[in-house]
Design a protein. Structure first.
Length: 378
């Protein structure tokens, strides 16, 4: 009986000790730390693998994102490796480490099965548009300038292989195949091209039939000065809100004769037309922009965790209109320039030239003048 008491006492002590040990924080084994962000590192290629180096001793884990895919790296004495996969043409590696730390590399395979890795500075992304704008200002050939700008972008995206003439010419073929032919294979791009062609054809037919001349006569009654002619241009730009391309083609061709009559420079006309087309299409309720904007809102909602608001994408679009500062301020700024008669820089010089000499545009070649005369009524 005495042994039974001792056995009961020992069992009670064991249970009490176990309870205290579970409650003690020091007795709980720490969980494995979550991988932290990797910000300071060097990337190289060794024996067919990508090697991340940090220079730190010991073991550690880090998380990075490569082309949008999360990767977990296990470091041993400051080095972690992962398989390198690329062909002769190569591919871009956009590496995100941390919240705002991005690096861009180009990885390709050489003929001897080794790999070539080149870091591409992020600031080079501004080179293609600058090249296109610079060439357009010098040679006044928009299509060729855009093509050369895209070529510059393809050359940068191809790893900037200046050591090989073959890959330099390959970037030219890449522009034709990927950025021109594949772009034409996109239904959205084709829709824009066809829509622009149809709008342009409609404007040309109406102009040749005398429709534009009739519109000019109607608006000429209300345009009694350069200021009123500019205001009517602004008003017509706001009225045609359903598409920015249609706005530019219709308003520009319609009001050209009216503004020419009151010696308003073509530069000022182009500015008013361009600055009303996109802002109006961006905030109007029913435009060709709505489809794209609603898809962006849907994608944004899908990426928000815990978003359970009973609002459709269109309702969110309507609610966001009060934050459309750029379209509202742009439209207001144009009115301010028109009624205050304020122009600045090159625009001021263009307006002075048009008022004093009657030359509403800079001297153009005979070909450009004949292109404009094609829209005169028969």
């Amino acid at each position: 009986m005495k042994n039974l008491y001792w056995l009961t006492f020992l069992s009670f002590c064991c249970l009490l000790t176990n309870s205290y040990s579970q409650a003690d924080s020091l007795a709980v084994l720490p969980s494995a730390p979550a991988p932290g962000p990797l910000e300071n590192y060097a990337l190289g290629v060794e024996n067919g693998t990508l090697v991340f180096s940090t220079g730190e001793r010991g073991r550690a884990t880090a998380s990075i994102s490569i082309n949008g895919e999360e990767q977990r790296l296990a470091f041993q004495d400051g080095k972690a490796s992962m398989a390198a996969e690329a062909d002769a043409l190569g591919k871009l590696l956009l590496i995100k480490a941390g919240k705002k730390h991005y690096r861009l590399y180009h990885l390709s395979q050489n003929t001897d099965r080794s790999f070539r890795l080149r870091k591409i500075p992020m600031w080079l992304s501004v080179i293609p548009p600058l090249v296109a704008i610079f060439l357009a200002l010098i040679f006044r050939e928009v299509i060729i300038s855009l093509f050369v700008g895209v070529w510059a972008g393809a050359f940068i995206a191809g790893g900037m292989r200046i050591d090989s003439f073959y890959y330099f010419m390959l970037s030219f073929l890449e522009v034709v195949q990927r950025y021109v032919i594949n772009a034409l294979n996109d239904s959205a791009h084709l829709a824009i091209l066809v829509f622009s062609l149809l709008i342009g054809g409609m404007v040309a037919i109406i102009s040749r039939n005398g429709g534009m001349a009739g519109v000019v006569q109607v608006f000429s009654r209300y345009a009694q000065s350069p200021k009123s002619a500019q205001f009517i241009t602004w008003l017509l730009g706001v009225a045609i809100f359903f598409d920015d391309y249609a706005n530019t083609l219709i308003v520009g061709n319609t009001m050209r004769k009216v503004t020419d009559q009151f010696k308003v420079s073509r530069e000022k006309l182009a500015y008013i037309v361009d600055s009303t087309a996109a802002p109006v299409a961006a905030v109007a309720f029913i435009t060709t922009w709505i489809g794209a904007e609603l898809s962006y809102i849907d994608d944004g909602i899908a990426g928000l965790k815990g978003f359970e608001a009973d609002m459709t994408a269109y309702a969110i679009f309507i609610a966001s209109l009060k934050y459309s500062y750029y379209p509202i301020l742009t439209l207001s700024f144009i009115l301010m320039l028109i009624f205050l008669r304020r122009d600045y820089g090159p625009m001021y010089k263009a307006e002075i030239r048009a008022r004093k000499t009657g030359e509403v545009s800079r001297r153009m070649s005979a070909t450009e003048e004949s292109d404009l005369e094609d829209l005169d009524p028969v």
